[in-house]
Design a protein. Structure first.
Length: 331
């Protein structure tokens, strides 16, 4: 899975390559591994550098052979799995239908947790159990189902859906995960505790919150990092201190609708907020657009749609989705 041309079963031709390129290979075990303690995977990349030099880079991965399925699950990478399924779901949407792609995503959760459940004994039928490595798997798949690429029941323009699908197919894992499941922070009172120093700047590190409206407060300001876009939601009763020292306006009502950047103000709170936003932006190869969101802002709907743990008119809440997964496994 990736962008390439298949020349043979184990040889791929790539138009170009960069540090963020990712490819997935699905393998099946055809030999008995009883007397084997480790298995090795190796990939070689033959390429021409920017200076015209021909080079070969070899990647070798050695993994232990384990005796239990639980040990296999312990090594699962939930983010890699989620991004692979997102890519496969785009392909399924194009070759079949969005409905089939959505069903395949849900079945991936049901099948994986059902298989794990069969390895764990002495469990009640009503208990939904997941290995520690996949504890967020259902949440990430629910978030995928609510993306513009795959959502149903909500009006989605065709060009927006296609663009979202292209992002699923081309974004590096780190940035794609932010698109699927953004990070939410409260920033109206950034603490010094846990801050890091980068160069001569102190970068606050506020805790990441659940993507639910329950975590929002009209008295606060919350920043949602979605990768290519950053939303700063300002509550109606947010302190005038934050609004004046960070946004540069005397009160909530005076904040303009189309504000897309933070002013450079000579206040400690402004510097902390700007440092944090700049630190988030510097971690990616593109400039994330900042949107200031008020309750009457046209961007409000975009912000709330990304609160994936909440119920919407056409999609389940996280709790309801877990119940649905549990019912499917118990059939």
């Amino acid at each position: 899975h990736g962008n390439f041309f298949v020349r043979s079963t184990d040889l791929l031709s790539l138009a170009n390559i960069n540090p963020d390129s990712g490819f997935t290979v699905q393998m099946s075990i055809e030999e008995n591994l009883v007397d084997t303690s480790i298995v090795c995977f190796q990939a070689a990349l033959l390429y021409t550098s920017s200076k015209g030099e021909r080079r070969i880079r070899v990647h070798t991965l050695c993994l232990p052979v384990v005796k239990s399925v639980a040990d296999v699950y312990a090594g699962a990478d939930v983010q890699a799995i989620t991004c692979l399924l997102a890519t496969m779901a785009v392909d399924r949407s194009v070759s079949s239908s969005i409905s089939d792609a959505r069903d395949a995503l849900v079945n991936a959760v049901v099948d994986s947790l059902s298989a794990y459940r069969s390895t764990v004994s002495n469990l009640q039928q009503s208990v939904l159990v997941a290995p520690n490595s996949l504890r967020l798997f259902a949440l990430y798949i629910l978030a995928l189902l609510k993306q513009q690429a795959f959502r149903t029941g909500t009006s989605t323009r065709l060009d927006e859906r296609v663009f979202a699908m292209c992002e699923m197919k081309t974004q590096p894992l780190v940035h794609l995960m932010l698109t699927i499941h953004p990070n939410l922070y409260r920033i109206d009172n950034l603490p010094d505790e846990g801050s890091i120093t980068v160069g001569d700047k102190i970068i606050p590190q506020p805790p990441i919150l659940q993507l639910s409206a329950e975590k929002l407060s009209k008295e606060g300001a919350f920043l949602m990092d979605c990768g290519s876009a950053i939303y700063l939601w300002v509550g109606k009763n947010c302190s005038s201190n934050f609004i004046s020292e960070v946004l540069g306006f005397p009160n909530y009502a005076s904040i303009p609708q189309n504000m897309t950047q933070l002013p450079e103000l000579n206040t400690i709170l402004s510097q902390r907020t700007s440092n944090f936003v700049s630190w988030l932006r510097d971690s990616r190869p593109f400039l994330s657009i900042l949107y200031i969101v008020k309750d009457d802002s046209p961007m409000k709907a975009n912000f709330y749609q990304k609160l994936v743990e909440d119920r919407s008119e056409s999609a389940l809440s996280y709790y309801e989705f877990l119940l649905h997964i549990q019912q499917q496994i118990s059939k």
